[in-house]
Design a protein around this ligand. Structure first.
Ligand code: IPE
Ligand code: IPE
Ligand code: MG
Length: 241
C-alpha cells in the first residue's frame, strides 16, 4: 500500500471530497466516445472507495453529477444514469459487507423512477453500516444545498419550532445534506481545472485543496496516496497561529 499503512489513522483526513473530473478529455485523447471515459472513470471509483475504507477514512464524498450537469446533451446524461444504475447493482453487496454506508447529497427527484428505487434500496441496505460514509453527489450543488437549508429553517420558524435566536451555525449544518458529518478536510480535484464547480461550498471552509492534471480515469490508488501524503504535511491553522 505504498507505505500508507505506516501513517497513523489520526493523521489522515476524516473527510475527503473528490471532484471526479476529466472523463470526457480522457476519452477524447484516445479518440473514444465520452461514454467510454465515464465507464473507465467508474472503475476508478471502485478502487478509491475500497482504498479509503481500508485506510480508515471515515467520510468520502464523491461528486458524480452536479446541478449544472443537466446542461449536457440528453444522450450523455442517459449514459451517466445507466452507468450509475449498473454500478450500484454490481457493487452493492461488496459495499454492504465492507461496512460502507451510502448517502446521497442532492435531490433525486428529477431522476428516472427506476434509478431512484435502486438508489433508495442501496441506502436502505447499507443504513446500519458505520465503517465509512460514502456520500455521492447526485444533482448536487453547494449553492442549492444552502438555499434548501435556508428554506428548511424558514419552514421550521413558520411552524413555530424555532425562533430567530435558534438559527446558529449548528442548526444550519443540521439542514445540510451532510447533517452529522464533519467538515471536509481534503478536497481533491483532478483534470487540471482550478475551481470547485459548486461542490460542498459550506463544508470546504477549511479544507486543504489538492489539484492535479491527472484525468479521473487515470486516478489510481497511487495518485490518491500521494494526495493523502501531501495532506499530512500541511500546517492547518484555522485562523489561529
Ligand atoms: C466528469 O468528467 C464527470 C461528470 C461531470 C459527470 P467530465 O465529463 O466533466 O469530463 P471532461 O471535464 O469533459 O473531461
Ligand atoms: C464538476 O465537473 C462536476 C462533477 C465532476 C460531477 P464539471 O466538468 O461539471 O465542471 P466544470 O464545468 O468544468 O466546472
Ligand atoms: Mg468536466
Amino acid at each position: 500500500m505504498n507505505n500508507m499503512e505506516k501513517i497513523p489513522k489520526e493523521r489522515l483526513p476524516k473527510h475527503v471530497g473528490i471532484i471526479m473530473d476529466g472523463n470526457g478529455r480522457w476519452a477524447k485523447k484516445r479518440g473514444l466516445p465520452r461514454a467510454l471515459g465515464h465507464r473507465e472513470g467508474s472503475n476508478r471509483v471502485v478502487d478509491i472507495v475500497e482504498y479509503s475504507y481500508e485506510l480508515g477514512i471515515e467520510h468520502l464524498s464523491l461528486y458524480a453529477f452536479s446541478t449544472e450537469n443537466w446542461k449536457r446533451p440528453a444522450t450523455e446524461i442517459e449514459k451517466l444514469m445507466e452507468l450509475l444504475s449498473f454500478s450500484i447493482k454490481k457493487h452493492l453487496e461488496r459495499l454492504k459487507t465492507n461496512g460502507v454506508r451510502i448517502r446521497i447529497l442532492g435531490d433525486l427527484e428529477p431522476f428516472p423512477r427506476k434509478l431512484k428505487k435502486e438508489i433508495e434500496f442501496a441506502l436502505l441496505e447499507t443504513e446500519q453500516n458505520d465503517r465509512m460514509f460514502l456520500n455521492i453527489g447526485l444533482n448536487y450543488g453547494g449553492q442549492d444545498e444552502c438555499v434548501r437549508a435556508a428554506k428548511k429553517l424558514v419552514a421550521l420558524a413558520k411552524d413555530g419550532k424555532i425562533t430567530l435566536n435558534d438559527v446558529t451555525k449548528e442548526k444550519f449544518e443540521e439542514c445540510l445534506y451532510t447533517n452529522g458529518q464533519p467538515p471536509l478536510d481534503l478536497l481533491i480535484r483532478p483534470s487540471g481545472e482550478l475551481r470547485v464547480s459548486n461542490f460542498m461550498l459550506y463544508q470546504l471552509a477549511y479544507a486543504e485543496f489538492w489539484f492535479s492534471d491527472i484525468l479521473w480515469p487515470d486516478f489510481t490508488k497511487e495518485v490518491y496516496a500521494s494526495a493523502l501524503k501531501d495532506f499530512i504535511k500541511r500546517n492547518r491553522r484555522y485562523g489561529g497561529l
